[in-house]
Design a protein around this ligand. Structure first.
Ligand code: CMP
Length: 139
């Protein structure tokens, strides 16, 4: 991978609360370039595949039901050290523990309904965007 990219997803709670464009604007303001963007719906089966590493955990069903409950916005973002920079921008998984000013602090409500997903490694980012985008949809 020549450029530093990450994968992100704006979650159904942000759509329900009408925060999608504000969150996207925050991401762009933070210096990320959009390489791909798509609004789509995850079926329960697709959400289970996407989060397969969490299968068997106590929150798996809650998470996958929520993630298939409404639209998501899938994004491929470019910035130097994109994976780490994006995770700093969104903050900790639980919005109550996230630092002031982070996206999850501002827009998330619970650990599942935390407004946005960001890949935790370059390897996971490649797998995750491959789940949503074909080569010709990435610019
Ligand atoms: P995300 O970045 O989408 O990646 C995995 C998700 O699992 C995480 O954000 C949370 O939404 C969810 N998650 C992790 N731990 C818990 C938990 N204890 N309860 C509910 N959801 C969780």
């Amino acid at each position: 991978m020549e450029k530093s990219l990450t994968f992100a997803m704006i979650k159904p709670d942000a759509f329900k609360n009408d925060y999608t464009s504000e969150i996207l604007f925050e991401i762009l303001k933070a210096g990320f370039k959009l390489r791909a963007i798509k609004i789509t719906l995850l079926t329960l089966e697709k959400a289970e595949q996407f989060y397969s590493e969490h299968r068997g955990k106590e929150f798996f069903e809650r998470l996958t039901c929520f993630m298939s409950s409404g639209p998501v916005m899938a994004l491929i973002l470019e910035k130097p050290d994109a994976v780490n920079e994006f995770r700093k921008l969104i903050g900790k998984t639980d919005p109550a523990e996230a630092q002031e000013g982070t996206i999850r602090k501002k827009y998330g409500t619970t650990t599942s309904q935390n407004a946005v997903h960001g890949s935790d490694s370059v390897e996971h980012a490649e797998r995750e965007w491959g789940f949503f985008f074909s080569r010709r949809e990435i610019h």
